[in-house]
Design a protein around this ligand. Sequence first.
Ligand code: HEC
Length: 119
Amino acid sequence: MKKIIVTVFTLSLMAFAAYAVAKGSGASAKKGAQLFMTKGCTACHTIGKGKLVGPDLKGVTKKRTVAWLKNWLKNTTKMQATDPTAKKLLQEYNVPMPQQSLSDQDINDLIDYFKSNDK
Ligand code: HEC
């Protein structure tokens, strides 16, 4: 009997943790969607509607690692000068994406938003 109680307790804790994580990332992705509109990203990017000045960002979290995306959004200009993938992108698009001023929190929210579009 004690074992059953412990098992039920553990399972409900796990369910709650999974719920909290799902809820948390949902809120973050929502904030990311707002940032994507308000920070001017939509002037150059679509998600799933084709290229504009910059690449269509649908699928970007499958093409790039989270670490690369964080670095890109934080140090765009530096990456364009040093990172092989970024150099290639710049060659392809010919327009350097301007350095954005985003907080680490903004960057996490934006990446969660991209992830939510790539599920
Ligand atoms: C003035 C146009 C412009 C704006 C504004 C802009 N970008 Fe970009 N972005 C580009 C271009 C062009 C590239 C391709 C790389 C290059 O040429 O520098 C790019 C590349 C990217 C990439 C990498 C795509 C890949 O295929 O790896 C991401 C992610 C990205 N931008 C996100 C953003 C986000 C988020 C914002 C808003 C905070 C933003 N961009 C604002 C033009 C822009």
